[in-house]
Design a protein. Sequence first.
Length: 261
Amino acid sequence: MAMTRRQRVRAIRAVQYAVLIALLLAIVLAADWGELRRAFFDAEVARSLFPDIITTALVNTVVYTLLGFGFGLVLGVVLALMRLSQVPPYRWLAVAYIEFFRGVPALLVFIALGFGVPLAFQVALDRHVTVMLALGLVGAAYIAETMRAGIQAVPKGQMEAARSLGMSHSRAMASIIIPQAFRIVLPPLTNELVLLTKDSSLVYLLGLSLDQYELSKFGRDALNQHRSLTPILVAGVCYLIITVPLGHLVRRLEARAAKAR
């Protein structure tokens, strides 16, 4: 007797679950758990990382990220307004910037600012300034496009109403349009903050002293010292401490925005 569509779906799903369980059992039975514990879950190595991995590496990662995001947000808003400007040169400059920094790896930007600019102009940039510029320049290209979409999503009647009240275009943009655009694009902006948190691992290219280590550099040095992958695992957990709450915040904001619509 032929199965119904629902029965076929249930049968296929049961087979998938069975295959998955079989694979998990094979991995569990074949793994050398003692060796895995020594390689990834060495408690002594993990304890030796604290409190420095929190008080130094985690704090520096947050500071680097916030510096880059703050600079990128300001520059991104300016670029978005230039992108929407009626003046052609402004649009051309904004498009050129956005396309360039969206196409160039952040790695090259760090190298250029960390080594190229000091050599070319004989200037010594502060480490935090270099990080802020490198992360911010890359982040601004993505934030600009996000902000542009948010500004264009605000109903045109908002600008018309503001102008009818006697506001200038710039004041209406600053007081009415941009605040509404921020509420619209807050979830993708939070996603950009998560991406910059991970991009902050490129700071190691600049050469860091112990008190300037971020999570990835701290984990790599501890890996070489202890010959164990436990520091990398602990550093990964620290990244999750930052990114998981941000991801949860994004979902909450998206749900709130959908409910408002």
